[in-house]
Design a protein around this ligand. Sequence first.
Ligand code: HEC
Ligand code: HEC
Length: 153
Amino acid sequence: MKRLVILLAITAALPAHADRLPLPADTPASYRAECGSCHLAYPPALLAAGDWRRIMAGLDDHFGSDAAVDDQKRQEITAFLERRAGNAEKLGSAGEPPRISQTARFVRKHREVPAGLWRDPRVRSPANCEACHRGAADGNYSEHDIALRELKR
Ligand code: HEC
Ligand code: HEC
């Protein structure tokens, strides 16, 4: 009985499972609309607050695109991303400009992806999460192996 209690305490202390990253319930509609039109509305936990701030401060020249939004939306989205950001130490440096796909955590989680697959025309870029994670729009990153097997053909 004592052991069971300890086990439950440990389980409760662990973060949510890493293959389930749905957008949080407090995600503003502006985030889905403005940051989900060109690519996936990325899970905020995959970048640190400081990196999100840098992204949000440079939207007029965003990876070669103009992703600028009005002041009110910028403030709303920035506050949300800061609130829901991941742990900087656990994620590791995201580079400049910051990329989820350059964090140490991302690299570690993806070390089994064959190098050539990132450049496959069906994938094009590590930022194109849905090419491999079919359920990414619903925050589901657990079906990766199925897409990967298809992509390897
Ligand atoms: C006009 C199109 C457009 C809009 C709108 C847009 N982005 Fe992007 N975003 C891009 C492009 C292009 C890239 C680079 C993709 C690549 O490298 O394949 C990118 C990349 C990113 C990356 C890095 C992905 C990686 O490699 O890890 C983040 C983070 C990001 N965007 C966040 C945002 C946020 C937050 C918003 C909303 C404020 C937003 N984007 C709106 C076009 C856009
Ligand atoms: C080329 C295919 C590919 C792309 C593109 C890709 N991933 Fe992955 N991802 C994988 C594979 C394969 C794994 C599992 C690796 C393993 O288990 O060793 C994985 C694992 C993950 C995990 C860990 C899941 C767990 O169980 O802990 C997360 C989170 C994740 N990816 C998020 C993303 C995000 C966010 C993007 C886009 C910014 C992305 N991935 C782009 C193939 C991809």
